[in-house]
Design a protein around this ligand. Structure first.
Ligand code: NAD
Ligand code: ZN
Ligand code: ZN
Length: 346
């Protein structure tokens, strides 16, 4: 079958033929409906070096944001998983036997250091292929919802959802303000989730005018990048600053802008893996504020994201690419030419 394979560190992936996989015990075989191209894949094949934190050993099939139809059940899989039905795949794979895995938080598996891979599409074969395998207990049913448009929810939806859910205490109450920096795959759905879960004013910023226009359609107030950015955010919030900021870029200037835009007691979550740093000192961070990071989300979060999707409260913007154009999707992602999320439909 055709697949997008990450062959070696610091090397653009290739489109090639690989054997069709077989489901192991407790797993299912899925015919892939859609596989989202996440910006983290660019870090995987462009930047990570062997042994570096986050680096996953090649070769493997990319695609950690997947949906598909169950084609076959591996040994011991319950008949509750329906052959032929559409499911979203929760990507992270932990040991399955620690307290974090027990609560569906495979992302923070206590035995991650001894696991051979992080997730489907990150160290283990993913969904940029005609077929993939996944643990049966990591499937979330999609019912009659469009599985192609749903594919990005398993990362571009789940990651902002988890980050926002952790910040909800900061956004409960009248007159709250939230800031979203970086309005690509994750950021646009992040704006939609903030609008669905909170009454906060959502302020959004990006370097691309088209991304700002889309965020306004999603209900955000937008601020262009540049020297006056922080001043404008302060003006919109009546001088107070934002109660929660989400940085989906994560370079030093965006973290600095987010920190400077925060209210006292606010929460800044860095989600983007741009490698930026934040200098903490008594005067660089508003009083009693929090700076944190989040990684992906839990299986339960993903069920909640699917509930929002099926209720029509969030809807990812997708650009569809055929399998033969999958590498073009990555080229355009790197060039900043994708609007919303590129989804490969094998
Ligand atoms: P994307 O390429 O779809 O979107 C990035 C957006 O950021 C684009 O709209 C771009 O114009 C904008 N941008 C770039 N530089 C900017 C700047 N200096 N100021 C303002 N806007 C800027 O990327 P994505 O797939 O949404 O991923 C976003 C980030 O999140 C990446 O770093 C990715 O690796 C990371 N990520 C983290 C997690 C996690 O669990 N923490 C999960 C998935 C992705
Ligand atoms: Zn990702
Ligand atoms: Zn575990």
């Amino acid at each position: 079958m055709r697949a997008v394979v990450f062959e070696n560190y610091e090397q653009f992936p290739s489109l090639t033929d690989v054997p069709k996989p077989e489901p192991g015990p407790g797993e299912v075989l899925l015919r892939v409906a859609g596989a989202g191209a996440c910006h983290s894949d660019v870090s995987v094949y462009r930047h990570f070096k062997e042994g570096q934190p986050g680096a996953q050993k090649p070769p493997f099939v990319l695609g950690h944001e997947n949906s598909g139809w169950v084609e076959a059940l591996g040994e011991g899989v319950s008949g509750r998983v329906e052959v032929g039905a559409a499911y979203l795949v929760y990507g992270p794979i932990g040991c399955g036997h620690c307290r974090k895995c027990a609560r569906g938080q495979d992302t923070y598996c206590e035995n991650a250091a001894t696991m051979p891979y992080l997730a489907t599409g990150l160290g283990r074969d993913g969904g940029m292929a005609e077929y993939m395998t996944a643990p049966a207990h990591h499937l979330v049913p999609l019912g009659d919802a469009d599985p192609v448009a749903a594919a990005p929810l398993s990362d571009a939806g789940l990651t902002p959802y988890h980050a926002i859910k952790q910040a909800l205490p900061h956004l409960a109450g009248g007159g709250r303000n939230a800031l979203v920096i970086g309005l690509g795959g994750l950021g646009q759905i992040g704006v939609q989730i903030l609008r669905a879960l909170t009454g906060a004013t959502v302020i959004a910023t990006d370097v691309k005018p088209e991304a700002l226009a889309r965020a306004r359609e999603n209900g955000a107030v937008t601020v262009a990048g540049g020297a006056r950015q922080v001043e404008e955010i302060r003006e919109i919030t009546g001088g107070r600053g934002v109660d929660a900021a989400f940085d989906f870029v994560g370079v030093t200037p965006t973290i600095a802008a987010a920190a400077a835009s925060m209210a006292q007691g606010g929460r800044l979550t860095v989600v983007g893996i741009g490698g930026g740093t934040h200098e903490f000192s008594f005067f660089t961070t508003p009083y009693e504020s929090y700076v944190t990071n989040t990684y992906w989300g839990t299986v339960e979060d993903l069920w909640e994201v699917v509930d929002l999707y099926r209720a029509g409260q969030i809807s990812p913007d997708v650009e569809r690419f055929g399998m033969e154009d999958a590498l073009e999707a990555y080229r355009r992602l790197e060039a900043g030419e994708v609007s919303g999320r590129a989804v490969v439909v094998p």
